[in-house]
Design a protein around this ligand. Structure first.
Ligand code: CP
Ligand code: NVA
Length: 305
């Protein structure tokens, strides 16, 4: 089983992962040994920068009694032109799972097509499924059952937004995305979410989106790979900021999420990120617990192909 999209998981899979993640979080706090992935190895390939994804996967494998290896394409044969297909076949002979942060969606699908071990998308230009598992866990911790909650996305309808749209549809959350013209989430993703029964709206006005929201979510205006559009993006997205004014329009006790890294003063203010509504640091921590649960599902002793 590969996790290229959050929708590669069923609703039952997601619920099971969140339950296990909660249990692992408690066990870690209590110092319980959880070496469920003893002698298992995870290969991590990063074509783009990372702090949270790299550290949470690596520490996660250590917690589970396994091992994680960091591969930089520039210092492996991938950077010298070895094909993705051959790389996938070779890595499948050594390791038990591959996690990739890729510049293109193609790199991940090609790896998955040729690997005989699970491939996990650690972010590409289309989705960020591991992030969204941690987001769901955080929302559940703070707000209880997900069904019926309203999540408002403010800003660029990017990879994180695409995964959240699918996850909202799967878990019964209503999602409204406020995006400027030209920055809407992927059309195919919206169609897929709606075909799963998702209540997904895309509009322009951040205030309208934020009204009565239980969760406010934003991400950087300039994602990795979009740097050449920086000036245009700053201009087009400048009104799409989560600030105290916007938080006041949301429901009382709403939580604010951001996958991080944040650009304080751009898509989110300092004041909001440091406020009681902010759950961004729990959210970042939950990457660790949610991914450990995902890894156990994919390569634990009871894992099924
Ligand atoms: N949120 C997230 O994926 O962070 P990193 O880019 O630091 O991995
Ligand atoms: N949308 C951002 C997320 C970073 C974790 C990016 O792709 O750079």
């Amino acid at each position: 089983m590969h996790i290229i999209s959050i929708a590669d998981l069923s609703v039952d899979d997601i619920n099971g992962i969140l339950d296990l993640a909660e249990d692992l979080k408690k066990k870690r706090k209590d110092g319980v040994v959880t070496d469920y992935l003893k002698n298992k190895s995870l290969v991590m390939i990063f074509e783009k920068s990372s702090t949270r994804t790299r550290v949470s996967f690596e520490v996660g494998m250590t917690d589970l009694g396994g091992h994680a290896l960091y591969l930089d394409p520039g210092t492996t044969q991938i950077g010298r032109g070895e094909t993705i297909a051959d790389t996938a076949k070779i890595l499948s002979r050594y390791a038990h799972c591959i996690m990739i942060r890729a510049k293109s969606h193609y790199m991940i699908t090609e790896m998955a097509k040729n690997a005989t071990i699970p491939v996990i998308n650690g972010l590409d230009d289309h989705e960020h499924p591991c992030q969204v598992l941690a987001d769901l866990m955080t929302i559940r911790e703070r707000k209880g059952p997900l069904k019926g909650l309203k999540l408002a996305w403010i800003g660029d309808g990017n990879n994180v937004c695409n995964s959240l749209i699918l996850a909202s549809a799967m878990t019964g959350m209503k999602m409204v995305a406020a995006c400027p013209k030209g920055y809407e989430p992927d059309k195919g993703v919206i169609e897929k979410a709606r075909s799963m029964g998702g209540d997904i709206k895309v509009l322009r006005n951040p205030k309208e989106a934020a009204k009565d929201a239980d969760v406010l979510y934003t991400d950087v205006w300039v994602s990795m790979g979009d740097e050449s559009e920086m000036e245009r993006r700053y201009k087009d997205l400048r009104d799409y900021q989560i600030n105290i004014g916007l938080v006041k329009l949301a429901s009382k006790g709403c939580i604010v999420l951001h996958c991080l890294p944040a650009h304080r003063g751009q898509e989110i203010t300092d004041e909001v990120i440091n406020s009681e509504n902010s759950a961004v640091f729990d959210e970042a921590e939950n990457r660790l617990h949610a991914q450990k649960a995902l890894l156990i599902k994919l390569i634990g002793n009871n894992a099924r192909a």
